[in-house]
Ligand binder design. Structure first.
Ligand SMILES: [Zn+2]
Ligand SMILES: [Zn+2]
Length: 413
């Protein structure tokens, strides 16, 4: 044992615990099933290694697996980067522009947010992703997005192998008679003497793996486009919501301010280079950020403070106009709502027409908020909080004269 420990030094062994969660277990199982099935199919039935093209196919398949796992584990174990506990800005005066995190007992650096799952303030937090059981943020943004690109590409390659294997194995064996279908399972086709016959169970396994591969391609491919949008605009999902609230606040108070989002550097290429670098580590320390010429380091944090102060005097209420059953990917609520369900473990809440919701954040298709409950339930300390489709609610504006909410007409329906 001592000899082993002289060679291998484990650092942060507790991080391995991130693997013990349904997200990584399912994700790694899907990767294992698809890649091993594609490799076995190729070697045994479709593209044996004794041909050059077969060997190239094999090497490419192995490469997908290695690259996918490399980016996946880096996204998980490098992590988003956390703001040090009890962090303070160098200049004491700057604390007046920053929010304080009571859990981390430190100030929240610009672009950082506290994640309840990680229990730390996360640098440039985008969201907590259950599939890597970690946050997606500053340090792992490139690894995470590369994984989202490679996984569908690998899955498409694997899916083609599955389809071609099944086709080449079954094509010559099925013959249609007048009143019967004959399947001849004895004669292997493309490969003269396969190690194993293509049996019914091999066919079933192929069909299952094909389903997994196609499902992953669609679901993960969508997430890739969402993350690319985040990177090219240099605006995280959380910041999209902050900007929306900023515009809403300015419009409500008619302050004539102009809100410019500070971190968009004006060109997609510049934004891209902030995240993707040759060294693999993103630009910057995760605390100080390059900003637009018209802005300064604290443009966004000051806006956040204003919004926080604003919440005390004015609540953003939404009225439910469409029932919702609490499904994660609801049918009949539009294709975007179905596919863009937030990548988060937070609950979904059922809605019934006429209920009122106090929303705190959201995406273009989904919102997160607290249901306004009757007095009895509030007294017991009951709270119903979670995600719901945006199209099921409409915004209520407070009528400042009599302080009652007046719901705006739905224009885009
Ligand atoms: Zn914190
Ligand atoms: Zn987190």
């Amino acid at each position: 044992m001592n000899i082993i420990s002289a060679f291998i030094v484990f650092e942060n062994l507790h991080e391995v615990r991130r693997l013990c969660h349904w997200g990584p277990i399912i994700a790694l199982t899907v990767i294992a099933v698809c890649s091993s099935m594609a490799i076995l199919d190729s070697i045994i039935w479709y593209w044996p290694l004794d041909t050059t093209s077969g060997s190239i196919n094999f090497i490419i398949l192995i490469n997908w697996t290695v690259l996918i796992l490399y980016n996946y584990f880096n996204a998980m174990f490098v992590g988003p980067g956390y703001i040090p506990l009890e962090w303070k800005p160098e200049n004491q005066r700057d604390t007046m522009y920053l929010q304080f995190c009571r859990v981390c007992e430190g100030y929240k650096a610009p672009r950082s947010h506290h994640c309840r799952k990680c229990n730390r303030c996360v640098m440039k937090m985008d969201h907590h992703c259950p599939w890597i059981n970690n946050c997606c943020g500053h340090q792992n943004h490139a690894y995470f997005t590369t994984f989202l690109l490679l996984a569908p590409l690998g899955c498409i390659h694997a899916a083609l192998i599955f389809i071609m294997t099944m086709y080449s194995q079954l094509n010559d064996r099925i013959s249609f008679g007048w009143s019967s279908v004959k399947i001849d399972m004895s004669a292997p086709r493309r490969v003269q003497h396969p190690i194993m016959l293509f049996s019914i169970s091999a066919f079933a396994a192929n069909l299952f793996a094909l389903g997994l591969a196609l499902g992953t391609t669609i679901a993960v491919g969508m997430l890739f486009f969402i993350q690319m949008k985040v990177i090219l605009r240099n605006k995280t999902s959380i910041e999209v919501w902050i900007e929306e609230k900023a515009k809403d606040r300015i419009q409500y108070y008619q302050t004539e301010e102009e809100f410019i989002f500070p971190y968009d550097l004006g060109s997609r290429w510049k934004n891209f280079k902030q995240v993707f670098t040759w060294s693999g580590t993103p630009e910057g320390d995760g605390v100080e950020w390059p900003v637009n010429d018209k802005c300064h380091q604290h443009t966004l944090t000051i806006e956040q403070l204003k919004q926080k102060a604003d919440k005390r005097v004015r609540s953003v209420q939404y009225r439910v106009v469409e029932d919702y059953n609490g499904a994660w990917c609801p049918l009949g609520k539009g294709i975007n709502t179905f596919f863009r369900s937030p990548c988060s473990e937070e609950p979904r809440i059922k809605l019934a027409k006429g209920e009122t919701i106090f929303a705190t954040r959201g995406t273009k298709w989904w919102m997160y908020g607290d249901k306004v409950l009757d007095e009895e339930k509030t007294k017991v300390g009951l709270r119903v909080r979670g995600w719901f489709p945006r199209r099921c609610v409409e915004k209520c504006h407070y009528d400042s004269a009599n302080n009652t909410p007046a719901c705006e007409e739905k224009k885009d329906k």
